[in-house]
Design a protein around this ligand. Structure first.
Ligand code: SF4
Length: 457
């Protein structure tokens, strides 16, 4: 269990910027909780902050690029009231390549790895005593600490991410996660259930169980429940909604589908990463399932779980991908009856097997394929949204739309985004965190719109 390092940072202000996956967002909540416990105060903009923390992601290239830009913008930003700003780079990029942080972000003061979160207060205290830009590096292994044991500042009171395991054993040939987050370590079930009960008591209505590969939960523990058994227990802790991510097709079990089918609290949404529809590319990616396995699983999931929405991740431009391979991916979208997908262009990650594979696909071809795939995904999403028109969906309200304060946003059980107009006495203040029924009147590519009917719950 990590013991947070004590430091004397009382009265300083901090700001955290997160890139990448939900695990990173969750860890940012732990960073915020830890810094608040040390007496630092959160602020809304980097300009006001004495300590700026960037939680980085090296899975998505765009995140890398945005990060370097933002850190360099810190250099020209006015100094905070204390006169000294500490810039700390955490997450995968720091863990993978602290030297790169030194070269690409000379203004950074701290590079702290995925295991160093509990030590962050002490690192900040040390950095305050050093010249600006003298990089302190803490990327120590082994990977045995759980940031879940640290205090947490939840971004949304009505939704909680609860990590059930860290790391990954799969070594897909394009992925750095096993290198930057270590091998799979599951949290004991009793600890997970106690945390779920705690977050429900503190107001969470939705719990999302997190792990790089949740379906292999417990394989590293003695007498641990299966993931399906754990899911069924979490559903009894009082949350209105339970979700989970991510699922690997080779580990998703019939038992999990059965728990989803018979447990009303477990939402009918499954995010099952296919990555490609081509057997040749799946083998080169080291995914350990084939196209037919994925399709059979998708069919079975739709059969077992009533009203299931199935979404996925797809990569285009993996080394050696031909037009024929790409078409197999394109066809998978319809054949698997997908309702949505995140699409990515393959991006070379240093240290992975795929980075040294021959036949890297030229950028313009990969972009052209991404565009065609995105169009196919837009079509299936639009179809899924159109099928909701004329129905009523339960929505957990998340707050106002970023673009229009007069519109409230939430998600349906299938995880579709739902918009509806706020009205007198039924604005963000009254409805955020409540569950409402929305009569769907209109479908768009990325969301549906409607009106609230009846009383919020
Ligand atoms: S399953 Fe593959 S893609 Fe997912 S985290 Fe593990 S190695 Fe990476």
């Amino acid at each position: 269990m990590p013991v947070a390092e004590r430091a004397n940072l009382e009265g300083l202000t901090f700001w955290v910027k997160t890139f990448g996956c939900q695990m990173n967002f969750h860890e940012s909540e732990r960073v915020s909780g830890l810094l608040e416990a040390e007496g630092l105060m959160p602020v809304g903009t980097p300009d006001e902050a004495d300590v700026c923390v960037f939680m980085t992601c090296c899975v998505r290239e765009k995140a890398d690029t945005h990060l370097a830009g933002q850190v360099s913008a810190m250099t020209s930003a006015p100094a905070p009231p204390s006169g000294r700003r500490i810039v700390a780079i955490g997450g995968c990029i720091a863990q993978r390549d602290a030297e790169n942080v030194r070269a690409a972000m000379p203004r950074a003061d701290i590079a702290f790895g995925t295991q160093a979160i509990p030590r962050l207060p002490g690192l900040i205290e040390r950095a305050l005593g050093q010249k600006p830009g003298t990089l302190i590096v803490d990327v120590e292994e082994p990977y045995d600490a759980f940031s879940a044991d640290l205090p947490q500042h939840r971004t949304d009171m009505w939704r909680a991410w609860v990590p059930i395991m860290y790391g990954c054993n799969n070594f897909c040939t394009y992925c750095v996660v096993p290198y930057v987050r270590g091998r799979e370590r599951s949290r004991p079930a009793a600890e997970i259930l106690a945390e779920c009960e705690r977050v429900v008591t503190s107001g969470a209505r939705e719990i999302c169980l997190l792990g790089q590969n949740v379906n292999s939960y417990g394989h590293d523990l003695e007498n641990a429940p299966s993931f399906a058994e754990l899911l069924a227990e979490v559903a009894k802790t009082g949350a209105d909604r339970v979700r989970f991510t991510s699922s690997h097709p080779k580990d998703l079990t019939e038992e999990t589908l059965q728990v989803m089918a018979r447990t009303p609290q477990v939402m009918p949404h499954l995010h099952l990463a296919a990555q490609s529809g081509s057997d040749r590319i799946l083998a080169a990616m080291g995914r350990r399932y084939g196209r037919d396995d994925y399709l059979a699983l998708a069919r079975r999931a739709h059969e077992v779980v009533d009203g299931l929405a199935l979404t996925t991740d797809l990569i285009v431009g993996f080394p050696g991908e031909t037009e024929e391979d790409f078409r197999a991916t394109l066809d998978l979208v319809g054949e698997a009856d997908l309702q949505g997908a995140f699409t990515f262009i393959y991006s070379k990650r240093a240290g992975t097997k795929a980075a040294s594979m021959p036949d890297q696909v030229p950028g313009e071809i990969a972009h052209e394929r991404l565009e065609r795939l995105a169009e196919a995904i837009r079509d299936v999403s639009a179809k899924a949204h159109a099928s909701l028109v004329g129905t009523s969906v339960e929505v957990l309200v998340e707050g106002p739309s970023k673009r229009d304060e007069g519109v409230l946003v939430g998600h349906s059980p299938q995880n579709f985004t739902v918009h509806f107009p706020a009205s007198a006495g039924r604005g963000a203040r009254e409805l955020t965190g409540r569950i409402v029924d929305v009569d769907v009147e209109e479908a768009r590519s990325f969301y549906v719109r409607g009106h609230v009917r009846g009383e919020p719950r």
